[in-house]
Structures are given as structure tokens and as C-alpha cells.
Design a protein around this ligand. Structure first.
Ligand SMILES: Cc1cc2nc3c(=O)[nH]c(=O)nc-3n(C[C@H](O)[C@H](O)[C@H](O)COP(=O)(O)OP(=O)(O)OC[C@H]3O[C@@H](n4cnc5c(N)ncnc54)[C@H](O)[C@@H]3O)c2cc1C
Length: 285
């Protein structure tokens, strides 16, 4: 509920049914994720997130260091992809190693995502046949997946971009505003850019409502573009493009897709997503 002086939000405790709390402030920023209650308040008929049939299984295992211990491998396109990278320090030749398998599912036995639980644990047998399709030199993928104590399934889901996020003193931020396929090191990165932008707008704006509008005007079109580009694979679309042009493989990648063309896809994505190597100035005061 909002008025000329501020906005009041009532929270109920959905876990133990307690009375919850009431808070009043200048603005209400709904950063409550892909199933946002705040978003549902303004778009009650939107329905669940959309899932286009790409499942993602992830896990991490203590494993012998691969290459220099700082390397990442991405193999395959949106239809079937394997990703590998270390997420812990190397010790005694071993390292916590993260892996991801993405598969466009045609198997009717594998259902779509349940509406309330999107990180369910799955048995090894669900993933192993898919993981075994990939080969990364020097890495025993089957061994790594078998050694993983818990494997989780996440659907690759998003929502269509919205026409607006801001309603007076209330706005949306992060996945509540623009849930996207998690490719190209997004969307937590976009949530962080949202936060930077809204903090600056609130610090500089003459009125909280004007600040929220300024934030939306800047961030809504940018994030809508990232949502759309991520549906095509983000920067990793470069892999799909090469696979499409040379389905039987190649000896020289430059003859399939030039360095310039590859750079345009990957570099174009980075600049569109707001990733920049320019140092960010620390503000004081
Ligand atoms: C498998 C996978 C891999 C990913 N990899 C990357 C990556 O490499 N890089 C990247 O940048 N992003 C990645 N993402 C995306 C990233 O996780 C999300 O974009 C990010 O978590 C969004 O942050 P958020 O704060 O907006 O929402 P969330 O992280 O979803 O946080 C929302 C919070 O709100 C709380 N909440 C929900 N409803 C209510 C309510 N009614 N009242 C109060 N609190 C509520 C939730 O409990 C939660 O704590 C990945 C996502 C997935 C699924």
C-alpha cells in the first residue's frame, strides 16, 4: 500500500504461519526471484516461467587437478553441452571441480520443472548416459560424475521481458524483474548491475518515484536484450554457429568461422551485457 509519504509492505511467514512483520519506507524493491510475489502482484495473469525443454544437471566433486587448475572447458551448444571448471583451491593435487551437463530433452519420461521446487536432486542414472556423450582431453568425465556426491537438476527457464517494472514507489529487481537463461555468466551479474544503478538513482534522484523511473529507463531495455540473446545461447552461440557450419568437425576453425566473426559474437555479447574491463571507481562518503 502506498501514499504520498511512502509505501507499507506486509510480510507473512509462509513457513511456520507466523504473523510476519509490517515495514514502511520510501520505496519497496521486490528482489524476490523468479517466482516473485511482487511481480505477481502487478502481473497476476502471467503464469509460470517458460521452459523450452533444456535441462541442466550440475554437481561438484573432489577430483585430481585438471590442466593448470585454473582452466575451463565448454563443449557443445544449447542442444547438448558439457561445462567444467574448478571452484576450489588446489591441494595435494586435488581440487573441488564443478561440472554441468545441458541437454535439450526429447525423452517424455523426463517431466518439466515442478512449479515450487527447481533444484531437485536426481540419481546418477539420469545424468550418466548424457554425460558420457562428451569427451574432454585429459578429463575422465564419467569418473568425475560418478564421484559426485549429489547431483541437482535445474531447468533452463526464463520469462518474457515486461513492459514496466515500476509502479509508483514499488519496483522489481534481479530475477523478479528479468529472469533469464543462466548463460554468459548471467543473470546474478545483471542483478548486481541493477543494484548499482538503483543505488545511484536513489542517491541522486530528487524524489524516490523519479529515481525508480530513472532506474527502470536505464535497466529494463538492457536486461530485455540479455533475456532475448540468452535464448539464442549468449556468447556460447559461437559454439552452435561452428557446429551448424561444420557438423562433422573441422581441422581449422578459421575456415569455418573467422576469428573476427567469433570475436563479434563473444565481444558483442559482453558489451551488450554491460561487462567491461574498465575499472569501477569506488565511491567514498
Ligand atoms: C543452475 C544455475 C546456474 C547459474 N549460474 C549463474 C552464473 O554463473 N552467473 C550468474 O550471474 N548467474 C547465474 N545464475 C542465475 C542466478 O542464480 C540468478 O540470476 C540470481 O540468483 C538472481 O538473484 P536474485 O537476488 O534476483 O534472486 P534470488 O537469488 O532467487 O533470490 C531471491 C530471494 O528472495 C527470497 N524470496 C522469494 N520470495 C520471497 C517472498 N515472498 N518474501 C521474502 N523473500 C522471498 C528467496 O528466498 C531468495 O532468497 C544461475 C542460475 C541457475 C539456476
Amino acid at each position: 500500500m502506498q501514499d504520498e509519504g511512502g509505501v507499507t509492505a506486509h510480510f507473512t511467514d509462509s513457513v511456520d504461519g507466523g504473523a510476519g512483520l509490517t515495514a514502511r519506507g520510501d520505496v519497496l524493491i521486490c528482489a524476490d526471484g523468479i517466482h516473485s510475489q511482487g511481480r505477481r502482484t502487478f502481473y497476476p495473469d502471467e503464469g509460470p516461467p517458460s521452459w523450452q525443454g533444456v535441462a541442466m544437471w550440475r554437481g561438484a566433486a573432489d577430483w585430481p587437478v585438471w590442466l593448470d587448475g585454473e582452466s575451463m572447458a565448454i563443449g557443445g551448444g544449447l542442444g547438448g553441452k558439457f561445462v567444467l571448471y574448478p571452484i576450489g583451491p588446489a591441494k595435494d593435487g586435488r581440487q573441488l571441480t564443478n561440472w554441468v551437463v545441458n541437454i535439450r530433452i526429447k525423452d517424455p519420461a523426463i517431466s518439466g520443472p515442478p512449479p515450487d521446487n527447481w533444484s531437485r536432486q536426481v540419481p546418477l542414472a539420469t545424468v550418466l548416459p548424457h554425460a558420457k556423450r562428451f569427451h574432454v582431453p585429459g578429463m575422465d568425465i564419467e569418473g568425475l560424475v560418478r564421484a559426485t556426491p549429489a547431483i541437482f537438476e535445474y531447468p533452463m527457464a526464463d520469462r518474457d521481458p515486461l513492459p514496466r517494472w515500476t509502479f509508483g514507489r514499488v519496483t522489481l529487481l534481479g530475477d523478479a524483474a528479468h529472469p533469464m537463461y543462466p548463460v554468459g555468466s548471467n543473470g546474478a551479474s545483471q542483478a548486481i548491475l541493477d543494484a548499482r544503478c538503483i543505488a545511484d538513482a536513489l542517491a541522486q534522484g530528487e524524489h524516490p518515484r523519479a529515481a525508480l523511473w530513472a532506474y527502470e529507463k536505464d535497466r529494463l531495455p538492457k536486461t530485455a536484450e540479455v533475456v532475448r540473446t540468452n535464448r539464442l545461447g549468449g556468447p556460447e552461440r559461437v559454439i552452435d554457429e561452428v557446429e551448424k557450419r561444420a557438423p562433422a568437425g573441422f581441422d581449422n576453425i578459421d575456415s569455418v568461422l573467422s576469428h573476427e566473426a567469433r570475436k563479434a559474437i563473444v565481444g558483442g555479447y559482453a558489451s551488450m551485457a554491460g561487462f567491461s574491463s574498465v575499472p569501477v571507481a569506488r565511491k567514498s562518503g
